[in-house]
Design a protein around this ligand. Structure first.
Ligand SMILES: [Zn+2]
Ligand SMILES: [Zn+2]
Length: 333
């Protein structure tokens, strides 16, 4: 049997699609780039032509200044070189896409980052059967099983209720996680104003402009200390323990990340209230997705490749590690 996917070349800097002369999520500047989503390790500035969903394009414009990427809506098919290219939802953050590549009867799906759980801020992951499924494995170990998101949000609200003289400061990645935490809080009936660190303002506003309602948000800058008592405040993870947080009224330090499943990580960051909320698949979601997609081969970009590769082999699916570099596994932090 002929080898599959000979037209796709993985390099440490990204996946090169030869007959399109284009790269998927390259970590270096290239002539032609297909971008799965707006996180900094996937979407970089400085490329020549870029194709991305309209939402990812808007996120890139906010982060890097005008990029004038070519917008490709979910479900639309374009031709790049000799390859038919389309984008379908990945369920990771607003605008995130799996990129479908069709060439000479073979179909390759590059999933980018993805998750299977419902997320009120983005379209759900779509299962696309294919020959080669290219997946991440950030949480690709059986110990990683993310709890129910609603239950984690309830723990946050419970803590807020039981510490009336304090505020709860939640560290959350500024693109995706922050807006998801806000939307999940609203869905659990929390309608108080939520305060944010200045670094989150533009992305929260963009989400709202793109139709994701987040309720009443207020900047911490300018708020009086008394106003913040009993409130939820969001900040980038890096601001949790820095000088900025000292002006807050006795914060309960929380963090929303899949890595909060690892106690040592929570301790290292002085997190009192670890919230296991992830925008990546846990082990069960990864393996279920491979069952659902039922590819002939699985190629694993980064993360805990070994265990997932082993699982694939046990299930008679050929698997291969690509060892791409530059995708930060700590993206969520
Ligand atoms: Zn991502
Ligand atoms: Zn990533």
């Amino acid at each position: 049997m002929a080898r599959l996917g000979t037209w796709i070349e993985p390099f440490p800097e990204g996946i090169y699609v030869k007959p399109a002369d284009a790269w998927v999520d390259p970590s270096k500047a290239v002539e032609q780039a297909l971008v799965t989503h707006g996180h900094a390790d996937h979407a970089r500035g400085g490329h020549g032509a870029v194709w991305a969903t309209p939402e990812t394009r808007a996120i890139m414009d906010v982060r890097y200044g005008q990029q004038s990427a070519n917008p490709v809506a979910y479900g639309e098919t374009i031709r790049v070189g000799e390859v038919e290219v389309s984008f379908v939802p990945a369920g990771h953050v607003l605008g995130s896409a799996q990129i479908i590549l069709d060439y000479r009867g073979e179909r390759v799906v590059v999933s980018g980052d993805y998750k299977r759980r419902p997320d009120p801020t983005c379209a759900p992951f779509v299962v696309v059967p294919c020959d080669i499924f290219i997946t991440e494995a950030t949480f690709g170990l059986p110990v990683f099983r993310h709890p129910d998101t609603g239950a984690e949000i309830d723990r946050l609200l419970h803590r807020l209720d039981h510490e009336p003289g304090r505020c709860v400061l939640v560290g959350a990645y500024a693109l995706g996680k922050a807006q998801r935490v806000i939307a999940e809080l609203r869905a659990r009936g929390h309608h108080e104003p939520i305060f944010y660190h200045g670094a989150m303002e533009r992305l929260c506003r963009l989400y709202e402009e793109l139709g994701v309602s987040l309720g009443e948000l207020r900047p911490v800058a300018g708020a009086k200390k008394e106003e913040l008592i009993g409130k939820i405040i969001l900040c980038p993870p890096g601001a949790l323990n820095d000088r900025w947080s000292r002006r807050l009224p006795d914060p309960v330090t929380a963090m929303a990340s899949g890595w909060m499943r690892v106690r040592q990580r929570a301790r290292q960051k002085n997190v009192e209230l670890p919230l296991v909320i992830s925008d990546h698949c846990d082990w069960d979601e990864l393996t279920q997705t491979i069952r659902d997609v039922a590819p002939r081969e699985v190629w694993i970009t980064h993360g805990r490749e070994d265990a997932l590769k082993h699982w694939c082999m046990l299930h008679q699916i050929k698997a291969r590690e690509l060892n791409l570099v530059g995708y930060e596994e700590d993206e969520e932090e």
